[in-house]
Design a protein. Structure first.
Length: 440
């Protein structure tokens, strides 16, 4: 795969992830304006809604890309996708609402408020999630940027205005910002994909075939995302929403790593699907080794710099009440070392082997849950991020070993970036030398 052929898409994809990074600084303003307990409750709401959408994405929406490569089937695939997506998303939100009081007794009394707001949050999120899959399928990264620009723009404008007016003080205020931003981005996503919103029930793709692909992937995404999104439920149960409010800013900052890797997956998954279905195994080998190598070395360097003291900037940004977030962040970024290998989960899915992803995700969840619960029982508040970090590393190692069995490559290929850079430097030096000789 020649990167130059996709330079425009890569540029827009990176610009889109840049929006996530920039909005991270806006979130810091929100965190600083709100009491930790209030932000903790908001973190529960966002985490639960995100988890539901991730599960729905795997079961209902990933098939829009997998089966939508056949243009004649897109109407049928779109109809199946939006129907299953809506049922799962609203069904899950409604279930949480119905059991809000028993869940609040286990998690935190404030969970009743979270469960009450969840159905509306899910409803506002459904159009955005579905339309984004259409955008990813066609790799329209400029449209993706525009949709996310509206999402972040609305929330940023409201945050700045409310802070200036002194009205960003309660849970209702921060929820209003998020809900209006989600509504705006859903409308923008519908507008951006209007010509692709083709729905029909006729077609050769059966519900059984669609679900056979999607259900195992949904289970895998549920297992994989649980340590990332629902760890706050365990933390709230053991330590209270105040600790969640301090821990979540560290998670938000850690998402800078996650967004960078999401940008890679956005390009990696569709490319891997095409290469595997076309039996271009040599090209797939180059793709996966480059994906790991290009991301691994910069990640190692970044983690070292942060662990050596750069992460202390968190206290300067958020104030003394969030000093504990530094320790949480330093634990969480250990998981970043597994992210380059975690990219291989999308390659396993692209090969249609979603049951393997389920197996590895289950192993990662069991290990991470054991770690998180053990840390919580021991009362080690500073180490609660180990659950999430452990999950990333375990799943990354397992999926990489799986891909290596199918796409054979030597271990040294994982650091091929060093070799590629050396060749590029040698070529540049040779070119400069030749130019100098011609000039003389």
């Amino acid at each position: 795969m020649k990167l130059t052929a996709h330079l425009g898409k890569i540029t827009w994809s990176l610009a889109d992830k840049g929006l996530y990074i920039l909005y991270g600084f806006v979130q810091l303003l929100q965190i600083k304006a709100l009491p930790a307990e209030v932000y903790g409750v908001f973190a529960l709401l966002v985490g639960l809604n995100t988890w539901i959408m991730i599960v729905s994405d795997g079961s209902a929406l990933q098939g829009v890309i997998q089966f939508g490569t056949n243009t004649e089937e897109r109407g049928r695939v779109n109809a199946l996708g939006i129907a299953i997506h809506t049922v799962i998303s609203l069904g899950a939100a409604a279930t949480v609402y119905l059991f809000r009081h028993p869940l609040a007794a286990v998690v935190d009394p404030e969970f009743v408020t979270v469960a009450t707001l969840l159905p509306l949050y899910a409803l506002l999120t459904i159009p955005r999630m579905f339309c984004l899959k259409l955008i990813y399928r066609d790799m329209r990264m400029r449209a993706l940027f525009a949709v996310d620009l509206i999402w972040f723009g609305v929330r940023t404008a409201m945050t700045v205005w409310m802070i200036q007016e002194g009205t960003l003080t309660t849970l209702d205020d921060i929820v209003l910002i998020d809900f209006l931003g989600m509504a705006a981005t859903s409308v923008a996503a519908l507008a951006a994909t209007w010509k692709s919103l083709e729905f029909r029930w006729t077609g050769t793709t059966s519900v059984r075939e669609y679900l056979r692909f999607g259900v195992p992937l949904a289970v895998a995404t549920a297992l994989n995302s649980t340590p990332r999104q629902l760890d706050v439920m365990v933390i709230a149960a053991f330590f209270g929403v105040g600790v969640v409010g301090v821990y979540n800013p560290a998670k938000n900052l850690f998402r800078f790593f996650e967004q960078a890797y999401d940008a890679v997956v956005t390009l990696l998954y569709p490319a891997a699907v095409r290469m595997y279905t076309q039996h271009r195994m040599e090209d797939l080998q180059v793709l996966v080794t480059k994906a790991i190598s290009v991301t691994l070395i910069p990640t190692v360097i970044a983690v070292m710099v942060l662990e050596l003291g750069a992460s202390n900037v968190i206290t300067l940004l958020l104030g003394e009440q969030y000093r504990g977030a530094v320790a949480h962040f330093n634990v969480l970024i250990l998981g970043a070392l597994g992210m380059p290998f975690g990219l291989m989960a999308s390659v396993v899915a692209a090969m249609g082997q979603s049951t393997a992803v389920v197996r590895y995700s289950a192993m990662g969840l069991v290990v991470s849950a054991a770690v998180l619960i053990s840390v919580s029982v021991a009362g080690w508040e500073w180490a609660i991020g180990l659950g999430m970090a452990t999950n990333t590393i375990v799943v990354g190692i397992l999926t990489t070993l799986h891909v290596r069995k199918t796409v054979h490559f030597p271990a040294r290929a994982l650091v091929r970036m060093i070799h590629d850079v050396r060749l590029a430097v040698q070529g540049l030096n040779a070119g400069l030398k030749n130019r100098s000789e011609r000039g003389s």
